[in-house]
Ligand binder design. Structure first.
Ligand code: P6P
Length: 335
């Protein structure tokens, strides 16, 4: 049946988006256009990333972003590229970006969508040539189209997402996204400048034997978490931690595994950001049959209260996440 067309590996992203849009009788094509705009920016950032060392744009930029981290030039460039693509596309009214303290109001009140984005996560990995990623969430605005944007349009829980995705600039460059009907992965063919469907209908293994956590901060781990990590070791699981969220998440999604960034002494609410890191990956995880929790509740149920708020993150294979939650919720047996 022609539905197989949507899943025939090798179909281009554009054709896939068009096909899926046809499946939505009331789709007006705006979301499709928005996804295309993101893919275009991803191609440009991919090119800049590949040239970073050569074009002498690596190294710190001297400025710091709201995170207080050294801003790498590529961060700035990626932020400009995605913001420009979304502005030109005309579908977006507001952007929340890791690189901007405040909401970017695109002065386009007829735009139906709000985008939360981490233009280039893991930028400290750029200079050492480790995979990095873009993470994005797409929401429909909740206040009337045409009126000025309000905080309610921005502070939406992750379960309100209409789409989410990531770009992984790795040994190959991939775009993985969901619009709520499963997860599909596209691999970029540089010579043709096209993303091709390479991972149709991605499903996370329900369990696995990979755990990803920075054990250098294990002095900060709660007793329950320390017990869970010891449990992983007793099972001879593999420790795999790249220090680049998108790369760690993507590997665990494909192979099965759990990624944990817990609350620590330095980051009592965890290090990762809710609006433009955890929510998008949580939506993708759930759409692929995996889970994402902050240790108490589903990531997607968290009601945001501030733009750059952080959250602990337990994300990956359902069985492993639930097992970890068991350990961290258990009161310590030995008092
Ligand atoms: P740590 C990169 O800075 C990042 O935001 C994620 O991409 C990554 O998973 C995490 O922080 C690494 O943090 O504290 O282990 O270096």
């Amino acid at each position: 049946n022609d539905n197989s067309l949507a899943y025939s590996v090798g179909v281009t992203l554009d054709r896939f988006i068009k096909k899926k849009q046809d499946d939505f009788p009331f789709a007006s094509g705006e979301l499709s256009q928005l996804l295309r705009d993101i893919a275009l920016a991803a191609k440009i950032v991919n090119r800049e990333t590949n040239r970073a060392g050569l074009a002498n744009i690596g190294g710190a930029f001297g400025q710091t972003n709201v995170q207080g981290e050294e801003q790498q030039k590529l961060d700035v460039i990626a932020n400009i590229r995605f913001t420009r693509a979304l502005t030109k596309g005309g579908e977006v009214c507001a952007i929340v970006s890791e690189e901007d303290d405040e909401v970017i109001d695109l002065q386009n009140n007829s735009g139906k969508y709000v985008v939360a984005i981490d233009p280039l996560d893991g930028s400290s990995n750029i200079d050492v040539n480790i995979s990095i990623g873009t993470i994005f969430s797409i929401y429909r605005r909740v206040t009337p189209v045409g009126s000025p944007i309000q905080l309610d349009d921005i502070m939406q829980p992750g379960r309100q997402q209409v789409a989410a995705g990531y770009v992984l600039y790795g040994s190959s460059t991939m775009l993985v996204y969901t619009t709520g009907c499963g997860v599909n992965g596209f691999t970029y063919e540089q010579s043709l400048g096209e993303f091709f469907l390479s991972h149709p209908d991605m499903k996370a293994p329900s369990s696995g034997n990979i755990y990803s956590i920075n054990e250098g901060i294990s002095n900060s781990f709660s007793e329950g978490l320390a017990k869970y990590i010891a449990h992983c070791k007793s099972k001879n699981y593999s420790a795999r931690y790249i220090g680049s969220l998108v790369a760690d998440f993507h590997r665990n999604l494909l192979k099965g595994g759990i990624y944990i960034y817990p609350e620590t002494k330095k980051n009592p609410s965890g290090k990762l950001r809710l609006l433009y890191e955890a929510n998008a990956l949580a939506y993708i995880a759930e759409q692929a049959g995996a889970e994402a929790n902050d240790g108490v509740q589903r990531i997607l149920d968290i009601q945001p209260t501030s733009l750059h708020q952080r959250t602990p993150l337990y994300i990956g294979s359902k069985v492993m996440v639930n097992e970890a939650l068991e350990f961290i919720s258990k009161k310590s047996i030995i008092h």
